[in-house]
Design a binder for this molecule. Sequence first.
Ligand SMILES: *[C@@H]1O[C@H](CO)[C@@H](O)[C@H](O)[C@H]1NC(C)=O
Ligand SMILES: *[C@@H]1O[C@H](CO)[C@@H](O)[C@H](O)[C@H]1NC(C)=O
Ligand SMILES: *[C@@H]1O[C@H](CO)[C@@H](O)[C@H](O)[C@H]1NC(C)=O
Ligand SMILES: *[C@@H]1O[C@H](CO)[C@@H](O)[C@H](O)[C@H]1NC(C)=O
Length: 426
Amino acid sequence: MAASHIPLLFLLSVSLLSITTTTAHNISAILDGYPEYSLYNSYLSQTKLNDEINSRTTITCLVLNNGAMSALAGKHPLSVIKKALSLLVLLDYYDASKLHDISKGTTLTTTLYQTTGNAPGNLGFVNVTDLKGGKVGFGSAAPGSKLDSSYSKSVKQIPYNISVLEIDAPIIAPGILVAPAPASDVNITGLLEKAGCKTFVSLITSSGVLKIYETAAEKGLTVFAPSDEAFKAPGIPDLTKLSNAEVVTLLQYHALPGYTPIGTLKSSKAPISTLASNGASKYDLTVTTAGDSVTLDTGVDASRVSGTVLDSTPLCIFTVDSLLLPTELFGKSPSPAPSVVPEAAPSPTPVLSPSPTPEISSAPSPLPLSPPAPPTPSPEGSPAGSPDSGAATADSKSAGNVEFNAPTLIKTTLLAASAGLLALVL
Ligand SMILES: *[C@@H]1O[C@H](CO)[C@@H](O)[C@H](O)[C@H]1NC(C)=O
Ligand SMILES: *[C@@H]1O[C@H](CO)[C@@H](O)[C@H](O)[C@H]1NC(C)=O
Ligand SMILES: *[C@@H]1O[C@H](CO)[C@@H](O)[C@H](O)[C@H]1NC(C)=O
Ligand SMILES: *[C@@H]1O[C@H](CO)[C@@H](O)[C@H](O)[C@H]1NC(C)=O
């Protein structure tokens, strides 16, 4: 009995091992030590900007104390606050001495906002100017903008990975406070058609899964839409052989319950649940990251995240270059499962899809024992293709930062082992 778990444990450790990247810093933990930034820190978590910040090096976070943060907090939707805060993350390292040593006293610097693809022109750049009397001013790089924000003090430096500096007011670029359409108004099918995912659109429309997506989108949803080419790839299973319920499950497998932008995907260490996951069937995915390239592993195949169609809290839509084939539907060895894992009480409907639309029979679920395939190396040197991914931007330094970190590695492996043992006991 116990022995049959060893390969699983081993696989678990191996897959953790291969996705462990160097975590140089944890902005949430840094700011936890400063109650005066608690509001800012809480918004970093709510917007998931913390994951994006932690996945990068050579950056500067301009933080606002609780008083200055009140210019944004509670006055705007999360999607707007995310834009405003991402303009405060400079993709370069500035400490106090570098601020006062800018050549010619003024410079434009790229921010995280520039990497989102939502910043037209130079709206994603910030003007840093060394003013007279030791003052340093910050403002939008958009022509005619004032330097409305000033450096007040240094908070923390981990040279040259992250510098945290306090400024006295948010930097407001023209138009940045305009709210994007709320998730409930987003035309998901329209966006997907434009992004080259017509086949996927016709499937989610005809199966009724679009309604499931729309309902989930109000709370948070991440969609992985395969391109039209993905449906023509050689060797993909004949989807017409699937029952309606299986098609629904397959399409639910292409979405996550919750807002998971690219930085958060990159920092996902454990398998992540999809809309198809329920008590009895895992239907999960693992994420592997190589530089800016993010790959989803289903256990049957691997699919690269090829572009960002929309990233607007709480809805994220990505394109992927292959269909995501869950082991539960397409596992190669449907051998009668040894009954080592007592199956949880059958739960007839997937959680999180309270939509009345298609009735979803619990998919024929062989025990989820088909072991996950070893992480497939992602296509080399091909950064996740969209301008949104940050690949095409100034942040070349963050690419290729995947390294092994021995202490973290040992810790995660031990954790994995104890989690596995715990699972055995339970
Ligand atoms: C800075 O980040 C690198 C990885 O990008 C890491 O190896 C190094 O330990 C970090 N430096 C510090 C002082 O934490
Ligand atoms: C970062 O720190 C926060 C608490 O400050 C913690 O909850 C979180 O798990 C940490 N993240 C990582 C990746 O260690
Ligand atoms: C930054 O803004 C100041 C004040 O508007 C301006 O004089 C300066 O030229 C700007 N710097 C750059 C590099 O554009
Ligand atoms: C969504 O976009 C599609 C394609 O552009 C269009 O046909 C459809 O009418 C739009 N739906 C709504 C509700 O606007």
